[in-house]
Design a protein around this ligand. Structure first.
Ligand code: ADE
Length: 268
């Protein structure tokens, strides 16, 4: 029996700050290769000891879909991790919490009366499930982060963002092509999708493309705002001071966990 090499993990992040921070860590791990495709850089290399291809998707569903298709077609990734920030959708989800997505839905997809609201036309699906093994690993990584890494975040930063006791949530993440920053807007989304935990602009597209190609995926979102009238205020500061700290440690723990991207062994 010969074990084929495992395919790399694709990592897709929407914002330049997030991509830069992970690329810097990748360079610390060793040599990297960058290939430009469709106006986007794909960086291949090792991240915390695991073969990865990292790309900046940019914001929005089309950008995320294009970037995911690039990872799958051109780099043969065995799975995709979509990581970034999100607005809290549920009242129980607070700034500084972490949501691991179990399922994704596109809240702005509405082809009624031809198809039910939220359904991706001609698929019969409105919710796309994340991979259970990768989701469980992300959840473990997050629990360990909360217990062992978060205490090292400076007290003044924790106070500044009212990070009293950040929590892990698992469940539905909803995506759409707009930044939600109004009480009425977020209240309407809560009424329409009562089990939504987090709102962002990419993972629904990542999920749909991964589903089309049979590629497992996982979604990690750090809650940066409550999607209400204050949503934009401290966004850049949150990214630089909090989200980068969270994602560094959670992704490190996730990549060092013992899941593997199976590619069948072949008989020699
Ligand atoms: N990403 C982070 N916060 C968001 C919000 N309020 N709406 C959409 N995407 C987001």
């Amino acid at each position: 029996m010969t074990a084929l090499p495992s395919p790399p993990l694709g990592i897709l992040v929407p914002l330049a700050e997030e991509a830069e921070a992970l690329f810097a860590l990748m360079r610390q791990d060793g040599a990297t290769q960058t290939r430009r495709l469709g106006g986007r850089d794909y960086h291949s290399g090792s991240l915390f000891g695991r073969d990865c291809v990292l790309t900046l998707s940019r914001v929005g569903k089309v950008a995320a879909a294009t970037a995911t298709a690039g990872l799958v077609h051109e780099f043969g990734v065995g799975a995709v991790l979509n990581a970034g920030v999100a607005g809290g959708a549920a009242a129980s989800v607070h700034v500084g919490d972490i949501v691991v997505g179990d399922a994704m839905l596109q809240h702005d997809l509405d082809a009624r009366p031809i198809f039910p609201r939220f359904e991706v036309p001609l698929t019969g699906m409105s919710r796309f499930a994340a991979d259970a093994v990768l989701g469980a690993s992300l959840a473990r990584a997050t629990q360990a982060f909360l217990a062992e890494d978060l205490p090292a975040l400076a007290p003044d930063i924790r106070a500044q963002f009212s990070l009293a006791s950040p929590a892990l949530h698992r469940g539905l993440v909803i995506s759409g092509d707009r930044f939600v920053n109004g009480h009425a807007d977020v209240a309407a989304l809560r009424a329409d999708v009562p089990d939504a935990l987090a709102i962002e602009m990419e993972s629904g597209a990542v999920a749909q493309v991964c589903h089309d190609y049979g590629v497992p995926f996982a979604v990690l979102r750090i809650i940066s705002d409550s999607a209400d009238d204050n949503a934009h205020v401290d966004f850049p500061r949150f990214l630089g001071l909090v989200a980068s700290f969270y994602s560094h440690h959670i992704i490190r723990r996730f990549l060092q966990d013992d899941w593997s991207l199976g590619r069948a062994t072949i008989s020699a």
